[in-house]
Design a protein around this ligand. Sequence first.
Ligand code: KG4
Ligand code: ZN
Length: 307
Amino acid sequence: MLSSVVNVQVQHSAQGGIVPELASRLHQQKISLVVQEALQQAGVQPAQLDAVAYTAGPGLMGALLVGSSFAKAYAQALGKPLVAVDHLHGHLMSAYAEEPHPPLPHLCLLVSGGHTLLLQATDHLVHQKLGGTLDDAAGEAFDKAARMLGLPYPGGPEIDRMAREGDPLFHPWPDPRTGQWDFSFSGLKTAILYHLQKQKPDYIQQHLPHLAASIQHTIVMALVHRVEQAVAHTGLQHVALAGGVAANGYLRTQLQGSAARLGYTLYIPAFRYCTDNAAMIALAGYYLRLQGHSTPHSHVPYAQHLL
Ligand code: KG4
Ligand code: ZN
């Protein structure tokens, strides 16, 4: 990895969430500068590039259009191949950002603001789904819970911080596991809302660390139990964690304890490769190129999940 440059759009936090139109305008303003800086930090000339990889989806259409248009124009101008990458595939490739790489096959838990997926990787390009969320993603559950507790956006890191002083067993929230392999986080969201509505005005203020810790415990233990179930079911001994929620201290500790107990090896990428970044997209592009993939310029971005 020669360089990885991320522009964080802090402008959204005042609105309590991402504003799509603002996001695409900011992408347009920043994309040339970010690409220039990445090349500069890597000490690479545009002519030395082998290919241009970009995120084709899923995501906000405006932002995807900025990235795909830029990538197509850039590849065209340089006469280089173009490689469309799925955002989720990118997250999964973050396991290869640094050594040691998880050997194939292995299990992947992808937990971010937009996705919650438990997969089996058989190849750099092939991932078989075991389970996923039927509604909200794990990160979204953190963000929505934080919002109800009056904490700023993004709520995951805030809950993580508040929970350190709290009791994880303070309140029994509904288990987000559903069916054989899936998750549903919307019931947890509703339970928090109804619970808070029944309380006195200063209830949140008085119990904030306990509320944060018990909500975090509920989300995290559902994820840990599914990983343990997948290890038992597949017999695989290597588990890679990906996505922004991988930054959660409690999830890391609980999974490390589980790995030590059950004897599997856990791979957690550095935080800068867990949250959204272009390095993981470049990695996916690299593995796609190794297997001869290239994308026609007529390819259009997609907003929805393909999995
Ligand atoms: O992967 P990511 O940067 O973007 C998406 O592709 O969604 O993930 C962002 C999500 C947000 O929901 C954020 O609240 C959550 O990751 N997150 C955390 C923590 N840090 C980020 N959730 C729990 N604990 C954290 N420490
Ligand atoms: Zn992401």
